[in-house]
Design a binder for this molecule. Sequence first.
Ligand code: UD1
Length: 417
Amino acid sequence: MDKLIIRGGRKLSGEVSVSGSKNAALPIFCATILAPGLHEISNVPFLRDINTTIKVLESLGAVVEGNGHVVRIDATNVNNVEATYDLVKTMRASVLVLGPLLARHGRARVSLPGGCAIGARPIDQHLKGLKALGAEINLTHGYVEAKARQLKGARINFDMPTVGGTEHLMMAASLAKGETVLENAAREPEIVDLASMLIQMGARIEGAGTDTIRIQGVSELSPVSYRVMPDRIEAGTFMIAAAITAGDIRIANMQLEHLDALVFKLQDAGVDIINKEGVVRVKGPKKIRSMNIKTRPYPGFPTDMQAQFMALMTVADGASVIAENIFENRFMHVSELLRFGADITVEGNSATVKGVKKLSGAPVMATDLRASACLILAGLAAEGETEVSRIYHLDRGYESIEKKLAGLGADIVRVKE
Ligand code: UD1
C-alpha cells in the first residue's frame, strides 16, 4: 500500500491543469450502454473509479480501448444484463448501469451497492423513479432485478435532490415512450454535462441544471464523441491548497462558475481569485479569516469540498462552524485533523473549528476520498513531516495529485509501504 510523505510549509506557486471530472465521466460511461456502436469519450481522468467503470462495462459485453485520456467504448455487444457484487461494491456509481440496461434490453440485474464510509446512501429514489417509468422491481439475494418491456414516461418527484438519481432517471427516460418530468431534480453541473451528451446522442431533454427536467422519449440513440467537463472538486482542492499555503498559483482547464459557493467563501476569507482568459489565479492571504459554511445541494456549498474547507479553517483567524447537511457521517477527517493539533469539536452534523497558529505534521490515515485531500492540505500547511496512509481512497478520485502539487513546489512524495 502506498503512502504520501509531505514536508509542510512551502508556499505553492506556478500553474496546474485540472483533469476531467470523475463525477461527470462515470454516468457518461454508463450512458454509452443506451446506444449500440462506437463512442469516443475524451478528457477522461486516469482514476481507479474510471477503471472500475470500464470493468463493469466490459463485464456487460462492451469493448473498451483506452488511449491516454481518450477512451473508446463499443457498446454494440452489451448483451449481458447483470452487474455483479464484486464490481458494484467497489464503486457505488456503477449502479447507474441499471436504468440504461433496462431501457435497452427490458431487463437488468444489478447488485445493491450497500453503504459506504460517509453514510448509508440508499438508492430508494432511483428505484422509485424506475418503478414510476413502469419497471417491475424485485430485491433478491442482494440484487435489484428490474423488468419492463417498454419504459413509459411519468412524472417523478424526488424526495430530495439526488445527483445519481437524477442522472439515472434522465438516462432511462431518454428511451421511454412519451414524456417524463423530473421534479425536485438535482442541479449539479455534472448533470448538465450528462444531459449535453445525451442530447448529442439524440435524446430530447430540457431543463437540465434546473429543478425540473423534461424528457421526451425517443426510440433510439446514436453513439457520440464527447468531451468530459473539468473536475470542479479537483479545481476547488487546488484553490484551497493555494489559500492554506499563502501561495500564488494559476489553475488551467477549470470552470470557475461551477464553484461560486466556494469562491464567495474564499474571497470573504481573504483569498484573491482572478479569472483571466480561462486561467484562474488564486493568491492566499497571510492569515485566513474564519468562515461558516453549510453544505447544500448545488448551487449551495458542495459536500465534496467540506473536508478540504475544514482543513483551511483549522489555521484561520477565529472560529468557524461547519454544518454537513448531505451525508450523515462525513466528519471522519476530524479525528485525523486533531492529530495535527487542530481544535475541532463536533456536535451532531456540526463542527466548530477554532483556528490554531500552526499545525504540526503527523502520521494520519485517509478514511475516504475527500478526507484524503483534506489531510494532504493540512500536511502542506503543517510544520514538519506528515505521513498520509491508506491513500488508495485518493487514487479513486484525484489524478496524480502528488505530482501536480510537487509541480507547484510542494514537498510531497509517494512511497510504497
Ligand atoms: C454524488 C457524487 C458525490 C457527492 C454527492 C452529493 C457522483 C459519482 N458522486 O453522489 O461525490 O458527494 O453526489 O453531492 O456523482 N439519497 C437517498 N436516496 C436515494 C439517493 C440519495 O436517500 O435514492 C440521499 C443520500 O443518502 C444523500 C443525499 O440523498 O444523503 C444526496 O445523495 P446523492 O445526490 O444521490 O449522491 P450521489 O449521487 O450518491
